[in-house]
Design a protein around this ligand. Structure first.
Ligand SMILES: Cc1ncc(C[n+]2csc(CCOP(=O)(O)OP(=O)(O)O)c2C)c(N)n1
Length: 600
């Protein structure tokens, strides 16, 4: 029986097991929106295609399944680009379906035409314009296969309107075979053996776990490997939750704003076992000064990552879950055969001393301005390792990564690679749609929030009960921090000026809104917001704009130069560099709506 190309699109999504599509309709994709009405697939109507894309990402990151976004041609497609780039950088499995102007009009600057396959070529794992309706099922099956296997990523399928309207047969392929696309998942046994030998020889080893651990579902294997040889573990921004924070072998997060001990342990290691991590500049700092004395075992499913930034002594191409398991098996065999366990007692003594001496600090005064760290830590305590935290980009993101304990994979969702402000609200909606029984707390900055806050209407319409918290400092806090520290407090375009009244805004969106500006009220406010449960809520935390994220490795600096507090910064890094500048965070630089007396 013949069906339309549009029906083939929807039937293919059904055959791929899709339960929800995040999208926004328009002319060229119109034919595909009609058969959606007859499909069991749920459609979530985002207010902006960027929102639809981030929702699909949040869904994918929370569930481990492929997220799906749908948009029309031209501006619909271009609005998706940021989310696609975001998914590409963070290896998020995504399939985007876009409408295109009719085949005959392609290339003619037709109304709402954009060369979306051209535009997205560098930010998708694969893309294709389907020119023949008969190919739709195979193209979509391939898209799901490519998005979800190997190193996951976004795939875009563009379908011209005449192809959507054409008649075709329908046969969804049971299996996809793509010659030339065969990700290597098992590590080479010789290299695995080498890796195990490196572990036996090391005296200061560290497992440097990255997002690949979560993507591969390799957290149990990581735990087994770490416990087998008593190895310390650090989890990157993308790997938070991939190893339980409460585990005694966990040292925290490395990186520019990482935990002091995690940063320094990597820096002083004699062996780094990199699992699904990519020696990102935010982790290495000055690459030439990074972990100079360390040998490196690098495990990654993407061969292009290996040796890209740091040449490893032991390169292993493969899936993190499988290779971590292989290394653990091999180590076990060596131990069973009488190999001596590495003596790490001295290393652990050093690490414990560092942990004692370098805790995270926050000097909340009971009657002083509410510190963002106080609000964020309290949210973490309330969640107690349960639930999912989603953030925007900025200081609040770093505090949420540092201060909240993540006990399980897929409990922390953020935009790590691209650093996309506006990610939080839609991604949190997508996460909650995917995991409706899990509490989802969105922790956003007031700048990031104002980029996609219109999606609160989507949350309300679709009844997605996320607790949206805005860490409201009236400022583009992270940029302000850089201007304070690197530009002698010359604040340029970081004061947001008028920030909408978020409680009234909540009211306008038909959801409850709460405000909190005192440390003493934080707990009660969170309790009230979390007790709501059946509808989205918005919490406005009015916080101290002068607070800065520490520890910090100065941009481009070596990880040896990690600084733990503003006092230390001004003493060491910026000594003498503050000529003529006012007091850090002086009253004049406090945004209008946060000045004393103006908090209502
Ligand atoms: C789309 C986008 N534009 C600009 C930036 C640069 N940027 C990084 S952090 C930041 C400020 C974020 O402010 P806010 O969301 O209020 O969070 P805060 O740092 O105050 O917690 C900016 C502008 C970005 N990451 N993304």
């Amino acid at each position: 029986m013949e069906i339309s190309g549009a029906q083939a699109v929807i039937k293919s999504l059904e055959a791929a097991g899709v339960e929800v599509v995040f999208g926004h309709p328009g002319g060229a994709i119109l034919p595909a929106y009609d058969p959606l009405l007859d499909s069991p697939i749920r459609h979530v109507l985002a207010r902006h295609e960027q929102g639809a894309g981030h929702m699909a990402e949040g869904y994918a990151q929370a569930t481990g399944r492929v997220g799906v976004a749908m948009a029309t041609s031209g501006p619909g497609g271009t609005n998706l680009v940021t989310a696609l780039a975001d998914a590409y950088m963070d290896s998020v499995p995504l399939v985007a379906i876009t409408g295109q102007v009719p085949t005959g009009a392609v290339g003619g600057d037709a109304f709402q035409e954009a060369d979306i396959t051209g535009i997205t070529m560098p930010v998708t794992k694969h893309n294709e314009m389907v020119r023949d309706a008969e190919r739709i099922p195979a193209a979509i099956a391939e898209a799901f296969h490519i998005a979800s296997t190997g190193r996951p990523g976004p795939v875009l399928i563009d379908v011209p309107k005449d192809v959507l309207n054409a008649r075709c047969g329908f046969a969804y392929p049971e299996q996809v075979s793509l010659p030339g696309y065969k990700p290597t998942v098992r590590g080479h046994q010789k290299m695995v053996k080498e890796a195990a030998r490196e572990v036996l020889a090391a005296r200061r080893p560290v497992i440097y776990a990255g997002g690949g651990v979560i993507k591969s579902g390799g957290h149990d294997e990581l735990l087994r490997l770490a416990e087998l040889a008593d190895l310390p573990v650090v989890t990157t921004l993308m790997a938070r939750g991939g190893f339980p924070d409460s585990h005694p072998q966990h040292l925290g997060m490395p990186g520019m704003h990482g935990h002091w001990t995690a940063v320094t342990a990597l820096q002083r290691a004699d062996l780094i076992i990199a699992l699904g991590s990519r020696f990102d500049d935010r982790v290495t700092g000055d690459l030439s000064a990074f972990a100079r004395g360390a040998r490196v075992v690098h495990v990654d499913i993407d061969p292009a990552e290996i040796g890209k930034n740091r040449e490893p002594e032991v390169p292993i191409v493969g899936d993190c879950r499988i290779v971590a398991g292989q290394i653990a098996d091999t180590l076990q065999e060596l131990f069973d055969a009488g190999a001596e366990r590495p003596d790490l007692a001295g290393w652990w003594t050093t690490l414990r001393d560092w942990q004692q001496g370098h805790p995270l600090r926050c000097d909340q005064q009971p009657d002083g301005p509410l510190k963002p760290q106080t609000a964020i830590s309290a949210l973490g305590h309330k969640l107690a390792g349960q639930g999912i935290v989603v953030t925007g980009v900025g200081q609040h993101q770093m505090w949420a990564a540092q201060l909240i304990d993540y006990e399980r994979p897929r409990s922390w969702i953020n935009s790590g690679g691209l650093g996309t402000m506006g990610f939080c609200v839609p991604a949190a909606i997508g996460a909650k749609v995917g995991r409706p029984d899990t509490p989802v707390v969105a922790i956003d900055g007031d700048g990031s929030f104002q980029m996609t806050l219109q999606e609160l209407a989507t949350a309300k319409t679709e009844n997605v009960p996320v607790v949206f918290c805005v860490i409201n400092n009236g400022s583009l806090g992270m940029v302000r921090q850089w201007q304070e520290l690197f530009y002698a407090e010359r604040y340029s375009q970081v004061d947001l000026g008028y920030v909408p009244d978020l409680v009234k805004l909540a009211e306008a969106f038909g959801i409850p809104g709460f405000r909190c500006d005192k440390a003493a009220d934080v707990e009660a406010t969170i309790d009230k917001a979390m007790a709501v449960g059946d509808t989205p809520v918005l919490v406005d935390f009015r916080v101290d704009v002068t607070e800065k994220v520490f520890p910090m490795v100065p941009a481009g600096g070596s990880n040896d130069e990690i600084v733990e507090s503003a006092e230390e910064w001004y003493e060491k890094v910026a000594a003498g560099a503050k000529d003529g500048a006012g007091e850090p965070g002086g009253a004049a630089s406090v945004p209008e709506h946060l000045r004393e007396g103006n908090v209502v």
